[in-house]
Ligand binder design. Structure first.
Ligand SMILES: [Zn+2]
Length: 282
């Protein structure tokens, strides 16, 4: 049975890109923190099934809840980096991106005492316009990245790039392992099936069929979820219709679907899956 990567982007409901126009970064401290309790619920769920996962932690969260990061690590899960400020990479300068990525990586390593080897950008924002970020990641000592969505979308995407984990040559000649977000083929089109909003939008049977298709190709898939996606009681934010739909759609169905997913597929951390593929050392 192919092992797939189970990943969580550890951020709170007020960090998401869909609300970036409604909530300024300076106001984040005014919102009640729910990420700690929600992440603990995910940890319990995973531990109950004996599943290891990868938690891409936002530096801002690591700073405010170091005990949560220690807990994730102590339970044997992989702790990786989700940047610091959740700004879209293609809206940052290379220098700002470098500084905050290094800061976030160091923060997490100081808390866990373990090397951080994996990175995921806010809203998958490594696109053709921000390919330079891959060099910054390689220079910073990351071994793998999981930020590239090989589809077309209004906020992210690198259409035409590989749909499976692969060794990627950066523009400056470094090497990084890329685990792109998973897609299935429907009538020749690439359909995102990697989790998050797609998992809440599609009926469970559609997600399962898409993910099964990836495994039938002989490839592992990577699945992602956010702690706020299993929290139907979170405070409601005033924002545009599309943003509210993307964020609030089917929050009450997500945890039940996740339990079915964990029963239907085999999961482990991103690192272990990349080792299964011979792309990193076991
Ligand atoms: Zn995020």
């Amino acid at each position: 049975m192919i092992r797939n990567a189970l990943t969580v982007d550890v951020e709170d409901y007020f960090h998401v890109s869909a609300f970036a126009g409604s909530i300024s970064r300076d106001a984040w401290g005014d919102y009640p923190l729910r990420v700690v309790d929600n992440t603990r619920r995910l940890l319990e769920l995973f531990d109950g099934r004996g599943v290891r996962a990868t938690f891409f932690v936002l530096g801002w969260v690591a700073e405010r809840a170091p005990e949560l990061v220690r807990e994730i690590s102590a339970k044997g899960h992989e702790v990786a980096c989700h940047g610091y400020s959740h700004q879209l990479v293609y809206r940052q300068t290379c220098e700002v991106f470098r500084q905050e990525t290094l800061h976030s990586k160091q923060l997490i390593e100081d808390i866990t005492g373990c090397a951080v080897r994996g990175y995921r950008a806010a809203s998958y924002s490594i696109t053709p316009a921000s390919r330079w970020a891959l060099d910054v990641l390689a220079d910073a000592g990351f071994v793998y990245d999981s930020s590239i969505f090989p589809v077309r979308h209004d906020r992210y995407g690198m259409p035409g790039t590989p749909e499976h984990p692969y060794r990627l040559d950066t523009d400056n000649g470094s090497t990084l392992v890329e685990f792109p977000l998973s897609t299935a083929r429907v009538f020749g089109y690439r359909m995102p099936v990697a989790g998050g909003g797609y998992f809440r939008l599609y009926p469970y049977a559609v997600s399962r069929a898409g993910l099964t298709q990836v495994n039938r190709r002989g490839q592992p898939f990577i699945f992602y979820l956010h702690p706020w996606e299993i929290d139907p009681d979170q405070p409601r934010i005033q924002a545009g219709l599309l943003s509210r739909f993307r964020h609030y759609n089917n929050l009450d169905k997500c945890e039940g679907r996740l339990q079915r997913l964990l029963a239907d597929f085999s999961f482990t951390s991103t690192w272990d899956v990349l080792a299964d593929q011979g792309l990193v050392a076991a």
